[in-house]
Design a protein around this ligand. Sequence first.
Ligand code: NA7
Length: 544
Amino acid sequence: MADPVAGPDAAAGPAGYDAIIIGAGISGMYQLHRLRELGMRVLVLEAGTGVGGTWYWNRYPGARFDSESYSYGYFFSKELLAEWDWTEHFSPQPETLRYLNHVADRFDLRRDIRFQSRVAAAHYQDATRDWDITVEDGSRFRARFLITAIGPLSAPTMPRIPGVETFQGEAYHTARWPHAPVSFAGKRVAVIGTGATGVQTIQEVAKTAGHLTVFQRTPNWCAPLHNSRIDADEMARIRARYPEIYQRCQETFACFMHTPDPRGTFEVSEDAREAFWEKLYAEPGFGIWQGNFRDMLTDRKANALVSDFVARKIRQRVKDPAVAEKLIPKNHGFGTRRVPLETRYYEVYNQDNVTLVDISETPIERITPTGIRTSGAEYAFDLIVYATGFDAVTGSFDRIDITGAGGKRLKDRWKQGPETYLGVMVDGFPNMMMLMGPHMALGNIPRSIEHNVEWVTDLMRHLRSRGVTRVEATPAGVTAWTDHVKSLGVGLLSNEVNSWMTGVNSNVDGKQVRIINRYSGSAPAYRAKCAEVAAGGYRDLALA
Ligand code: NA7
C-alpha cells in the first residue's frame, strides 16, 4: 500500500517536513520566509485559494486598516519598504490584499504553500516526536514542528438566532464575503452587528442601499478615522521616515504610532482637557484611544469624563436625539472595547434610507424566510449582512482536532480559558508553536507578528544547532505566564467589560465563561521577557 503520509522525503523517514505552518496570512507568510532561510523544509497549509489571511477573507464593503498603512506593513525587508507605495493613510482591503500578494511573489512564497487545504486534525506522535497533520480533503502530512498561524480572528460566528438557515434572500457573513461584487442598489438590506466590522460595512452600504436597517445589540464608542490619500511626494517623505516610524512602533505600548499621554486626566485644567480631546478627535487614527491621558482606562472618573466628551460629539452629529441616545454606549466606557474608527458613520443615521433598531429593547426572535422578526416588528429584506464577529483567539484552535502528548486534546486543556507560555507554547503539546496565539500582545498586529516570528525562528535555530528534536513548555512556566497575564488585567476597566478580548461569546457553546484572551501588558515588556528567555538559553523550556 502506498504511504498516505505525504512529504518531500516521506519515504526517507517519519518527519516529512521540518515544519508545517497552518495559515498563509501575515504571520504564516513571514514564518515561511524565515524558516526557509534556516534551510528548513517547510510547508504551509492554507484553507483559502490565496494568501493574505484576514485580508483574504474579510472582503466586505468598506474593510480597511484602522492603523496607519505605513506602520502596519512588514518592516523586515528594506527592499520591500523601498518598492511598495501605499495610496491611502488607512489602506482599503483590496490594496492590502494586493500588497500581501506582492510579498508572496517577491519572496517566492507560493511554491511552499498548499492552498485549499483546511487542516482538520493535528496529532502529536510521541514515538516519532513529530506531528501527523490531516487536511479536510484527506491528505496527510508529517512534520517535526507544527506552527499555528491561524489568526486571532479567523473563525467567524453566525448569531444563534432561530431560522438563520431559512432566509430566502442573499445572506453573507462579513468574514466570508463573496469574491464577486455584491450590489446593494435599491435593495432592502439588514446589517446585524455594530463592532468595528459592522461600522465599516454600514457606512458603505448606506451609500447605495434602497433601505438599510441596522440591528444593534450594543453600541460601541466610535471615533473619526480621518483617512486621506497619499500622493507620490508624501509617500517619499513617509519612506524617508521608515526607520523613525519603526522605532516609534517598537517603543509604544501597543506598537501603534500612538501611545498614552503621560499626563493624568485630572492633572490638567478642564479647558486644557477639552482642547486636548478636541485635537485628538480631529486627528487621524487611534490617537483618541491609544494616545489619550494615561489614566483613561484605569480611572473610572477619568473614563467617565472622556466618555462624556465623545457622547457629546455623537449628540452633535446625530439629528434625532432619540437615535443619538441609542448610539451612545451605556454599559461600558470609552476605549474599554476596541474603538471602531469611522467615516461619517453617525451621519448615516440622519439619512432617510437608514433605520436603527435597538435589539436590546426589541430582541430578534427569529430570521424568517423573508426577513427578520423582532419582539416589536417584522421586517422584510432582500439581503442580510452578518457582522457578528468571531469565536475569537481560541476559536480557530478549537476548530482543529489538536492532540498533544498522550493524545490529550487542546480544546479540553483550554476549556476554562487558554493557558500558555509566552503565548507561544503549551505544556503537553511538544513541538507546537503558536503565532499570535492566546495571551499574546495584540495592538498593531503585524508588529507583534514580526517579533513573534523572529523569536520562534531564533528558537528553531537554537534547537537545530543542538540537534534537539523535542521542545516543550514546562507546566510551571505555563502556570507562571498565565497567572502573569491574568494579573496584568487587574485594574483595567476593559477587563470588566464583555468583548472578544475579555468576555463571553453568546454565539459559541462552552464560551459562556469569561475568557481573558490577550496579554494586556506593554509590547516592550513582552519583548523584554521573550528576550530574557532566549538569552538564558531557553532554560525555561524542556528540550530533549
Ligand atoms: P465584534 O467586535 O465581536 O462585533 C460583533 C458585533 O456583532 C457586535 O456588535 C455584537 O454585539 C454583534 N452580535 C454578535 N452576536 C450577535 C447576536 N447573536 N445578535 C445580535 N448581535 C450580535 O466583531 P467585528 O468583526 O466587528 O470586529 C472584530 C475585530 O476585527 C475588531 O475588533 C477589529 O480589531 C478587527 P455585542 O457587542 O456582542 O452585543
